[in-house]
Ligand binder design. Structure first.
Ligand SMILES: NC(=O)c1ccc[n+]([C@@H]2O[C@H](COP(=O)([O-])OP(=O)(O)OC[C@H]3O[C@@H](n4cnc5c(N)ncnc54)[C@H](OP(=O)(O)O)[C@@H]3O)[C@@H](O)[C@H]2O)c1
Length: 252
């Protein structure tokens, strides 16, 4: 079965690096028009050019997801240029590696505002519009294996992702009757800009040795689940699911 998204419009946040770049490319290859959002607009412009050179349609949108009016404006522009958003990949995120006693209020605000409030603001605006347009929408929140089980030194990040998991279930509950499915992917360790330096440190090498196959994943390891959750027909019965894609990280 090959999943096609022709004629659909997808919004991918955090598309200026890492997983978001891959998500945008994969959805565009499947035929979706993609609105790609983040703060680093130079990178978005580069990605949009690459997608369009490959025959797709991409719209770069400078947007800080922690700013409600910027979120509204970006989504308005996406819908004006590309049509109503039927697929949202809520992917923007930041991390911080600090023990609880060392975190300050600014750390708390940065991580929770981006990973939780930002995801909420984007999903709320897109969800309202999906309901208004009567669209069978698909929302995919990118949580984390750390939202299922924390590790010390990552309390703020883990808490933000645990809350995002609960928020996903609430969206699924409230929006099922409108034909909107909301699910979360909890990736294990995938090498991206967010963590690439870490794997070369002593702590990173020790953690690597504890992983089920002593390796981290690549962004392409999420392609299948992303397409399934973004699809109309193929994923229509999947709602409120919290899906770990981590090579069995917590089974041992
Ligand atoms: N890599 C992993 O191992 C892993 C594992 C589990 C979950 N995740 C999750 O996957 C998502 C992507 O992570 P990644 O590994 O691809 O990291 P990344 O390369 O650092 O990408 C993070 C993205 O979020 C965007 N972003 C950050 N703050 C933002 C803001 N205020 N407004 C708008 N966009 C913002 C960044 O864009 P700008 O800086 O240009 O705004 C960037 O595009 C995150 O939610 C992360 O928590 C990653």
């Amino acid at each position: 079965m090959s999943i096609r998204l022709d004629g659909k419009t997808a919004l991918i946040t955090g598309a200026s690096s890492g997983l978001g770049v891959r998500f945008a490319r994969i959805l565009a290859e499947a035929g979706a028009k993609v609105a790609i959002a983040a703060r680093r607009t130079d990178r978005l412009a580069e990605l949009a050019r690459a997608i369009e050179e490959a025959g797709g349609r991409a719209l770069p949108l400078g947007c800080d997801v922690t700013d409600a009016s910027a979120v509204r404006l970006a989504i308005e522009e996406a819908e004006t240029e590309l049509g109503p958003i039927g697929i949202l990949i809520n992917n923007s995120g930041v991390t911080i590696s600090k023990r609880i006693v060392d975190c300050d209020e600014a750390d708390y605000d940065r991580v929770l505002d981006t990973n939780l409030k930002g995801a909420f603001l984007v999903a709320q605006e897109v969800g309202r519009r999906m309901i208004h347009h009567g669209l069978e929408g698909r929302i995919v929140n990118i949580a984390s294996s750390l939202g299922l089980r924390p590790l010390s030194g990552l309390a703020l990040y883990a808490a933000s992702k645990a809350a995002l998991i609960h928020l996903t279930k609430s969206m699924a509950l409230e929006w099922a009757r409108f034909g909107i499915n909301a699910n979360a992917i909890c990736p294990g360790y995938i090498e991206t800009e967010m963590n690439e330096d870490y794997w070369r440190t002593e702590g990173g090498r020790k953690l690597l040795a504890l992983l089920p196959r002593k390796r981290v994943g690549e962004p392409r390891d999420l392609d299948g689940i992303l397409l399934l959750l973004a699809s109309g027909e193929e994923g229509r019965f999947i709602n409120g699911a919290i899906i770990a894609v981590d090579e069995g990280l917590y089974l041992g």
